[in-house]
Ligand binder design. Structure first.
Ligand code: SAH
Ligand code: DHB
Ligand code: MG
Length: 217
């Protein structure tokens, strides 16, 4: 493990490849000032999500787990002006911080922020979505994944965050809820004939983790 080096390499590539975006920086700062946990995706991960949305030609995006809206803004920046992004957040304070960030980023017209348990919101939604990003309570990732398979169109993409957890998913005796939730997710994907999926392990400013990337058949 060499997190300072991973962060420095993130910084190198951010300097080379990223255009400064004051609204994204403001979203990070407002999340910290509001006491939200520092668990948003990194800038390179956010841009990765953005590029995936562009690559699938996304016009309609679903996000589960808004926090302060950092990943949401990256994804919304990929949408056309008549696009839509539905994002689910259970914590009203997180949702307030996010709503202010969406206004500052001028994506508030594109973003439909639903406050409440994602499970309840998802049951009210109809597809098709072009891309879904699952990043909320890890105990429920398998259930969210199944809902995304219902909601994402053929050829669309489902991305699930935090599926490596510094390798702790290999601790066979783990009783950690997030690890056990990741095992249930893995079994759900393995049993789902309507998707093709793989894992992308990541290191960087947020340590060692990874995404599942699934494409709906
Ligand atoms: N996607 C964000 C980070 C999300 S952190 C980013 O990268 O910027 C996970 C979020 O999921 C937290 O804000 C948490 O409050 C929310 N969450 C937890 N359980 C939830 C649930 N059952 N329904 C909806 N949101 C939930
Ligand atoms: C946690 C949640 C996340 O979505 C993440 O990317 C990192 C950590 C957490 O709940 O600890
Ligand atoms: Mg996450």
């Amino acid at each position: 493990m060499n997190e300072p080096l991973w962060s420095a390499v993130d910084d190198y590539w951010i300097t080379k490849l990223h255009t400064p975006d004051h609204a994204l920086d403001a979203a990070s700062a407002a999340s910290a000032a509001g006491g939200l946990p520092p668990i948003a995706v990194t800038a390179p991960q956010g841009k990765f999500l953005h590029l995936m949305a562009r690559a699938v030609g996304a016009r309609r995006i679903l996000e589960i787990g808004t926090l302060g809206g950092y990943s949401t803004i990256w994804l919304a920046r990929a949408l056309p002006s008549d696009g839509e992004l539905v994002t689910c957040e259970i914590d009203p304070h997180h949702a307030d911080v996010a709503a202010a960030a969406f206004a500052r980023a001028e994506v508030d017209k594109l973003v439909d922020l639903r406050v409440g348990p994602a499970r309840d919101t998802l049951s009210t939604l109809d597809g098709p979505f072009d891309l879904a990003f699952v990043d909320a309570d890890k105990t429920s990732s398998a259930d969210y994944f199944r809902e995304c398979v219902r909601l994402v169109r053929p050829g669309g993409m489902i991305i699930v965050d935090n599926v490596v957890r510094a390798g702790t998913i290999l601790d066979a005796g783990s009783t950690d809820g997030a690890v056990m939730g990741t095992w249930r997710l893995a079994d759900a994907i393995a049993a789902e004939p309507r998707v093709d999926a793989t894992v992308v392990q990541t290191v960087g400013g947020k340590g060692y983790d990874g995404f599942v990337i699934a494409v709906v058949r």
